[in-house]
Design a protein around this ligand. Structure first.
Ligand SMILES: CC(C)(COP(=O)(O)OP(=O)(O)OC[C@H]1O[C@@H](n2cnc3c(N)ncnc32)[C@H](O)[C@@H]1OP(=O)(O)O)[C@@H](O)C(=O)NCCC(=O)NCCS
Length: 218
C-alpha cells in the first residue's frame, strides 16, 4: 500500500463522483464482477479479516487492528490520486459478495516516481484477493486482476500501468508477467506510515503489452 501523504493540488484519478465499473470478465461460476468504492462502514471488518492473514503479508497491514485499517484507508482515500475499490462477484442465484480489494492510483504522485520516467498517463494498482476458499476457482485471481486492468484502461488517458510488488512476492509477479508486464528493475521504496520499506520490482504494461499477452492467456 501507499503512503498517506497528501501533496497540495494533487491530481485526481477516476470520476469526480463514486466510481463504479462492471467488468466483462467471467470465471467459473462467477457471472459478474463489479467494482465499487470501498465503504469503510460496510467493508472495514472484511478487509481487516483479509489483511491480517499470512497470505497477505506483503500488503503491509498484517499487525493492524480493525480500527487501524479503517484509519489507514480513511487517510489513503482522502488523497485525490488514489481510490480504493471493492470487487464484488456474483454467481448464479447468489447475492454479490466482496471478493477482492484494489487500490488504483497515479504513480506520478508517489515517491517511487523518481525511479523511472513517470508520466501523467501512468496508472498504478495493487490487488488483494479474499482468502482462498476450500474450493478455489481456477482463474479467479487472474479474472479479478483483469477486471482492474480493464477498469484502468477504460480511461482513454491511461497509457501504461505500473506496479511495484515486493520482489519476494512471486505469486503476484507471475500474474503481472502473464498479463504482459515487463519487469524493469528492483527499486527501493522507503518506509511510510502505511508500511515498511521494501525492495520492489518496478514493472510496466502498455495497452499493446496487454493486448499481446491476452492472445496467449488461457
Ligand atoms: C498475491 C495474490 C494476488 C496471489 O493470488 P493467487 O495466485 O491466486 O494465490 P493462490 O496461490 O492462493 O491461489 C491458488 C488458486 O486459488 C484461486 N483463488 C485464490 N483466491 C481465491 C478466491 N478468493 N476465490 C476463488 N478462488 C481463489 C486462484 O485463482 C488460484 O487458482 P489458479 O492459479 O488456477 O487461477 C494473493 O495471494 C493476495 O491477494 N495476496 C495479498 C495481497 C498481495 O500480496 N498483493 C500483491 C501486491 S499488490
Amino acid at each position: 500500500m501507499l503512503s498517506p501523504q497528501t501533496p497540495p493540488s494533487e491530481p485526481r484519478i477516476g470520476p469526480v463522483g463514486p466510481w463504479r465499473f462492471v467488468s466483462d470478465q467471467r470465471v467459473g461460476s462467477i457471472e459478474r464482477i463489479e467494482l465499487r468504492e470501498l465503504a469503510l462502514a460496510r467493508d472495514a471488518a472484511t478487509i481487516h479479516d483479509w489483511v491480517r492473514r499470512d497470505y497477505a503479508r506483503y500488503w503491509g497491514m498484517q499487525g493492524m487492528t480493525c480500527a487501524d485499517v479503517r484509519a489507514a484507508y480513511e487517510a489513503l482515500t482522502a488523497r485525490p490520486s488514489l481510490r480504493a475499490l471493492i470487487g464484488l462477484v456474483r454467481a448464479a442465484d447468489e447475492a454479490p459478495r466482496p471478493a477482492f480489494l484494489t487500490e488504483c492510483y497515479l504513480p506520478i504522485c508517489e515517491a517511487f516516481a523518481r525511479h523511472y520516467d513517470a508520466r501523467d498517463s501512468d496508472r498504478g494498482l495493487h490487488i488483494l484477493v479474499a482468502p482462498r476458499p476450500a474450493q478455489p476457482i481456477p482463474g479467479f485471481t487472474r479474472a479479478a486482476f483483469a477486471s482492474v486492468l480493464e477498469l484502468l484502461f477504460a480511461d482513454p488517458a491511461a497509457e501504461r500501468i505500473v506496479v511495484e510488488p515486493d520482489v519476494r512476492n512471486h505469486k503476484i509477479r507471475a500474474i503481472n508477467r502473464a498479463f504482459g508486464f515487463c519487469e524493469l528493475r528492483p527499486i527501493e521504496i522507503e518506509a511510510s506510515p502505511a508500511g515498511p520499506a521494501k525492495t520492489a520490482m518496478l514493472s510496466v504494461c502498455t495497452r499493446e503489452d496487454l493486448r499481446r499477452a491476452m492472445e496467449t492467456l488461457p
